[in-house]
Design a protein around this ligand. Structure first.
Ligand SMILES: Cc1ncc(COP(=O)(O)O)c(C=O)c1O
Length: 387
């Protein structure tokens, strides 16, 4: 290993949202990493800091070229440079798209359980959430196609958010599935918003399918969103890229994000993103291996020591989705119990809705020693919970 992911980076006194916890607590909830970003990125940011001038910036062509070549190398898909649009983050862009490209009172379809911020982005913008819930059987999720088409065919449904890969369950949707979703959405004139923020973090041997890489007939009514924020732990840069193959749709989105003032890069977001996308390959390869080892450890530990839970196998994300249905259907209360008794602070599945009330989500992007500590605490907490 060229990079040291075992290093403990103390963030307790750094105004970190995740580490705003008591001294003895171990937070593994929010999706950011306790791992330092790639050295090339830090170097690029140092150069900006050393210059000491932080005025207005534009998005250079080099930024878009860096993304396109990253996608070619990492995902075997080279997006056209014209398709790419810079914005200040995935969630701000989704909010903007919903506000400007759908109408008040429209339905926005998603598949529960799902990333919690989607719910707020839909309802706080005056749209309705329509859920085509993922079916769960024998530790696996699947799509209920009949239900999905029924909900897409409702004239009030004008957009669907696809979490690709899926947070919290770590599912990679294959080409056939995404194409089927795309065709159904086209048939019923529903805009596809494909959130691909977790796309780079797949388990070794797996790759995700960028929605924009599908056949043109299904991508014309789609917007995909990617960002270095999860991949390289750069959330605070507020940098994202939208992939919009359809020129007319692209023009509308460019207008939307301009009206909402979320299309201006900071100097760091450009230089750090370019460094990430041009020099981050080896770092990411090692990170994915490291996360896979953490994942294997957690799965193995649970199998041997905590038979009441099941860690679902995942092909993507640095998150573990843990089935606790033998123990609870109120995972918020269960999570609070574990936190109070052991200091382990996971994300309660209830906030992802659907059957999340029976799950906990654990963030594995942390030094192995934290993962080991977490599993000891989890085992102890569950023993006490059952007593
Ligand atoms: C699926 C998904 N989308 C978006 C975000 C947040 O994106 P941003 O910080 O660019 O708004 C997250 C963060 O956890 C996420 O999991």
């Amino acid at each position: 290993m060229q990079f040291n992911f075992d290093k403990i980076n103390d963030r307790r006194n750094a105004n970190s949202s995740k580490w705003q916890v008591k001294e003895h607590e171990l937070p593994m909830w929010v999706a950011d990493m306790d791992i330092q970003t790639a050295p090339a990125i830090i170097e690029a940011m140092h150069k900006d800091v050393d210059r000491g001038i932080f005025g207005y910036q534009y998005v250079p062509d080099e930024y878009y070229r860096a993304i396109s070549s990253w996608y070619k190398k990492e995902h075997n898909f080279e997006p056209d440079l014209d398709w790419l649009v810079f914005s200040n983050g995935v969630m701000p862009s989704i909010g903007s798209i919903l506000r400007h490209l759908t109408d008040l009172g429209d339905n926005v379809l998603l598949q529960e359980p799902n990333y919690n911020s989607f719910y707020n982005a839909i309802t706080s913008n005056g749209r309705h959430i329509v859920n085509s819930e993922l079916e769960y059987q024998y530790g696996k999720y699947s799509i209920n196609w009949k239900d999905l088409e029924e909900k897409l065919s409702d004239p009030q449904t004008t957009a669907m958010i696809v979490c690709n890969p899926h947070n919290p369950a770590g599912i990679i949707w294959d080409k056939e599935t995404l194409t089927k979703i795309g065709k159904l959405a086209n048939k019923h004139d529903v805009l596809i918003i494909s959130d691909e923020i977790h796309g780079d973090i797949t388990m070794p041997g797996y790759d995700y399918v960028p929605f924009a890489s599908l056949d043109a007939e299904v991508t014309q009514n789609s917007i995909s969103l990617a960002s270095p924020s999860k991949t390289f732990n750069l959330a605070i840069l507020h940098a994202a890229t939208l992939f919009i193959p359809n020129a007319k749709l692209r023009q509308k989105v460019e207008h939307a994000i301009s009206v909402d003032g979320i299309n201006s890069p900071g100097i760091m977001s450009m230089d750090a993103s370019i460094a990430a996308y041009t020099q981050g390959h080896e770092w990411l390869t090692e990170l994915r291996q490291y996360i896979q080892k953490n994942r294997e450890y957690v799965e193995d530990f649970a199998k041997k020591n905590i038979p009441d839970i099941k860690v679902l196998p995942a092909q993507a994300t640095y998150l573990a989705w843990i089935d606790c249905s033998k123990l609870t259907d109120k995972s918020d209360e269960f999570n609070q119990f574990l936190r109070d008794k052991t200091g382990l602070y996971l994300a309660e599945g209830t906030k992802y809705r659907g059957n999340g009330n029976q799950f906990l989500r654990m963030n594995l992007a942390t030094p192995k020693s934290n993962v080991e500590d977490a599993m000891q605490r989890l085992a102890k907490g569950i023993t006490e919970y059952k007593a």
